[in-house]
Write a protein that binds this ligand. Sequence first.
Ligand code: ATP
Ligand code: MG
Length: 865
Amino acid sequence: MHSWPLILRDDPSVLFTSAGMQPLVPYFLGRKQPPAKRIVAVQKVFRATDIDEVGRDGYHQTFFEMLGNFGIGDYWKKEAIEWGWELLTKVFGFDGSKLVATVHHTDEEAFEIWTKTLALLPPEKVFRLGDEQNTWALGPTGLYGTDSEVFIDNGPQPGVADHDCNPGENCGRYLEIWNYVFQEFDRKADGTLTPLAKKNIDTGAGLERITQVLQGVPGDVYRTDLFQPLVKKIESLSGKKYGDAQASDTSIRIVAEHSRAAAFIIADGIVPSNEFRGYVLRRLIRRAAMHGRRLGLKTGALSQLGGEVTKIMQRHYHELTSARDRITHVMAEEEEKFERTLANGLAMLNEAMGRASAAGERTIDADTAFRLHDTYGFPLEMTKEIATAGGLTVDERGFRRLLETQRSRSRATAKFTQDAMRFGQFYSGLRESEGLHSDFVGYTELQTDATIRSLVVGGARVEAAHEGADVEIVLDRTPFYPEGGGQVGDRGTLTTDEGRALVADTQTAAPGIIVMSAKVVDGVLRLSAKARVVVDEVLRRDTMRNHTATHLLHATLRNLLGDDVHQAGSLVHAPNLRFDFTFGRALTPEEIQRVEDDVNDAILDNANVHARVMPLDEALASGAMALFGEKYDNEVRVVEAGPSRELCGGTHCHCTGDIGLFQITKEESIGAGVRRIEAVTGVGAIREVRDTRERLGRAAAALRVPPARVPEAVAQLIESRERVEKEVAKLQRSGVDSVATSLLEQAEVVGPAKLVAANVGDGDVAQLRALSDRIREVIGSGVIVLGGTRDGKPSVVVNVTKDLTSSVDADRLVKQVLAPIIDGRGGGRPESASAGGRDATRLAEAIETARTTVRERLNGGSDRS
Ligand code: ATP
Ligand code: MG
């Protein structure tokens, strides 16, 4: 079987696929017919729980490839062990004398098989350990079995006594490479073990671990050819050599491993965020960024490594090829975002650590940790990691309290995402223990009668929910659409004989379980009561229009812009639709127009919308668009609407014509290589048209023209305004000209030069200067002294033509003669100077004094007063 995606969608009880058998659970439990009794797979897995081990040792990754052999009601312990041993020792050529095994202390059968039946190992090499080591379960309920593990024995470790070291302890001597799980029970919530109808073998062997042994570097995956290209790249980017120093080795491992893991998670459709899976991705990239910085890597290095991962791994993982641009963009963007705050955050953290140490405290306070998280984007775990290195801890409980307060403040309706994992596990537990499940009937019905099957208030099951309570309701059947595929959860009402509740949101808690989040507004709701549930029809119909329109938009974009367009996210709710897609540039206005036209054409065709359930292969063969990272069952629902054919579980219109009208309201970039289109349909589009018309009407009224003539009227308005502006400038200029001319006419002739000295009355420095400059242009050789008063403040400006500056220095004239008289300050250059003063009453006197001075100078005196 192929590897399944890392993300099993619509199953919030599982954060990431973390074991090879996860996709096979329904076969093991006997709920589904397996395609064969024996299955082999290489499954990509991600274990968020191992993140702290990465770097600390060389053999735990968060992302790795799990080799699996699975027997479903077929072979059992003896065959499994025999064949596994054969593969390891004969095919792979492992030295059997270096292998040891463990079994559960109660599992006589396995012990016998190892030591007697097959006699592969002597009894002293088969360790009998407890539950912690040798049982295996995916979660608190569900599949459960004892296991037997195979380790490579690296020999006694320096400083560790033999009796202190068995494969169950982390003493560095043993490296686990292989795990046989004997899946034979279904564990219930109360702990009882129900034997399964068939016994199953579930083998997990990490490809990376096997490779370490085969390539002679057990314990260090970074020296295998799986990681060497990445390590080499990091060495060349950083100038640090792997193996040179412990600190840089740790950082190199973290950077290499986390870039690889991040690339795969992004390829499966996750983007960094502050919640849930997006948060895990954010943590990976930021932890790598921090260690990259320690190595001296520049911003952008991670994105380069992401590209490298694609290059190395894409032959087997084609999803990397199509996601290559997204991987590098997302990594670059997240790293940049973090780099912007990293230095300040580190400074703040160092200061807090210094403060704590000085005060003799061992804890970083919650406020600091929260500020680091909230303002500087430091994941709590990163703060902890740095604090731990400095011998301090973090007030985690306080941190979570602050986080919760912030979240409940920012959330109006009850949303469960932050606790999606706990939420999911809680409800899968109920499904396992009491068969809780709900049928979705909302494709055809918007209201129905149902029975209340579960009520949860404050995280606990209750018999009754009273007025005022926030309650999670599970019905046996519900028309309420649970959020999924971009479409938001339905809202509406639920009424029983005794009470009424308003449903604010609907979510899938676990496969087959639809949870309605509601507030009891009247009376009481009781378990097992009959209820009438009604979806808010107006919201739902608007939402359906937007959903079908989203499909038409998607198909149109691909048709017009090519197959490089990939959906990168969407939001479908009542007010509008939002569609994010990969594309390298902005759309031109013509393209936007064309997209809108094509979608509207498809609407006017009024084609029937069909939803059909068919086998996945058939759907894909028919060209239906599937989304990256989406996990599909063998049976999928295909929605056909006009030119579009898409795998989708959402609710849709009956005909494309139901959409009414489609209008794009926005096209923008939301990050490198990703565009966002927002659009409205139906009532929303009509409202949009009406608003536009209304705005146009207001403009027309103001312009006093009919609406159709607004564009010409505006053009005319702009044109006449430009004309008026030109006119004004001309008038101003000619005003200056005429004053300048009359002043020149009155100029005093002193030898070859002319002297203009005048108080022009009203005027500030700027106006005096404009006038003075104009006179200088035509005066030939001369001195111009102008004064004016504006708002009771006198100003003076002096211009001297270049040929006269040896006799008259404008700067000195202003500073020594004019300014002192008008009680002012100023100056400038020999050719030009000005001053502003306080005593306007003496302006005339100042100008006359200046006139006398200049006359004397021009007549032969030197400028040396
Ligand atoms: P360990 O004790 O080494 O953490 P585990 O008990 O968690 O291993 P299993 O859950 O039994 O491992 O997984 C099966 C196999 O997957 C292991 O035998 C090992 O080969 C491999 N494996 C487990 N965890 C990792 C990891 N973090 N990185 C790489 N390979 C791993
Ligand atoms: Mg482990």
